[in-house]
Design a protein around this ligand. Structure first.
Ligand SMILES: NC(=O)c1ccc[n+]([C@@H]2O[C@H](COP(=O)([O-])OP(=O)(O)OC[C@H]3O[C@@H](n4cnc5c(N)ncnc54)[C@H](OP(=O)(O)O)[C@@H]3O)[C@@H](O)[C@H]2O)c1
Length: 254
């Protein structure tokens, strides 16, 4: 198989749908080879794989809450792609557990699952990607965080905490990995039109959520993918440690 000299090997977690699918398509459209990771949605991941332009893409599976499975999945992706230049930690869960309406058992389950998938998953995937990124002579890690890390998540406090943790993780790793030519960037979207946000966006509060932005809408998955693509580019290397908002000015911070 003939590969473009600038074709990178890219692992995108949670690429079976939503934002991850858009990220996989964006990398493939610029000539990169993509490992399409999924958790439970095999058929949908196969459909994403089939729609990617270019060649050399592979499918990999792991429950991100399973540290062993994550490690094997990263190695499998690198083996299938012939190395690894970019890791995008995109997969995540958004499980409601309103503090005053949730029993203690459900509260604990929500916290454990959310932190396991949204924070420990990316930490483990990054750890296991490091030997491959270093062997490739450097590269990039991009984490998909959330506006909720800054704005708060009253019905999903574990989610907000997991994303705040992911922001801090990305900043620490930016410092640790720059000497190895690896940049670490973070994207913090507000609401995005995907299945994760469907209940909120299609519910009685949907219009109020759209009105949070002066554009009067939420983000499209492609708009998040565009920021991820930039953060993973060599041109963005000196922006390592940055957290880019993609929220249509629905929440401004300085
Ligand atoms: N949508 C929003 O409004 C919004 C806003 C801010 C940030 N984000 C963040 O953007 C990222 C993508 O969200 P999305 O809206 O595209 O969500 P989505 O449509 O619900 O897709 C979630 C993806 O994560 C994967 N995933 C979930 N749990 C997993 C697990 N235990 N193991 C492996 N994979 C797992 C799913 O894979 P399978 O289906 O194959 O299991 C799926 O590919 C998440 O990190 C989310 O927190 C989303």
């Amino acid at each position: 198989m003939q590969q473009s000299p600038t074709s990178r090997a890219v692992l995108v977690t949670g690429a079976s749908r939503g934002i991850g699918r858009a990220i996989a398509l964006a990398f493939a459209a610029r000539g990169d080879r993509v490992a399409v990771h999924f958790g439970g949605s095999r058929e949908r991941a196969e459909a994403v794989l089939a729609e990617l332009p270019g060649e050399g893409h592979v499918l990999v599976q792991a429950d991100l809450a399973d540290a062993e499975a994550v490690g094997s999945m990263v190695d499998e992706a690198a083996a299938g792609l012939g190395g690894l230049h970019v890791l995008v930690n995109n997969a995540g869960v958004f499980t409601a557990h309103p503090p005053l309406e949730t029993d203690y058992a459900d509260w604990q389950a929500a916290w454990q699952q959310t932190l396991a998938v949204n924070l420990l998953g990316p930490a483990n995937a990054t750890f296991r990607a490091l030997p491959h990124l270093i062997a490739a002579g450097g590269g990039a890690v991009v984490n998909v965080s959330s506006r909720g890390a800054f704005r708060g998540e009253p019905n999903n406090p574990a989610y907000g905490a997991s994303k705040a943790g992911l922001n801090a993780f990305g900043q620490s790793m930016a410092l640790a990995l720059a000497p190895h030519g690896i940049s670490v960037g973070t994207v913090a979207p507000g609401f995005v039109q995907t299945e994760m946000a469907r209940e909120v966006l299609d519910g009685p509060g949907g219009d109020a959520v759209r009105a949070q932005s002066p554009y009067g809408r939420v983000a499209r998955p492609e708009e998040v993918a565009s920021a991820v693509l930039w953060l993973a580019s060599p041109e963005a290397a000196f922006s390592t440690g940055a957290i880019i908002d993609v929220n249509g000015a629905s929440y401004l911070r300085s």
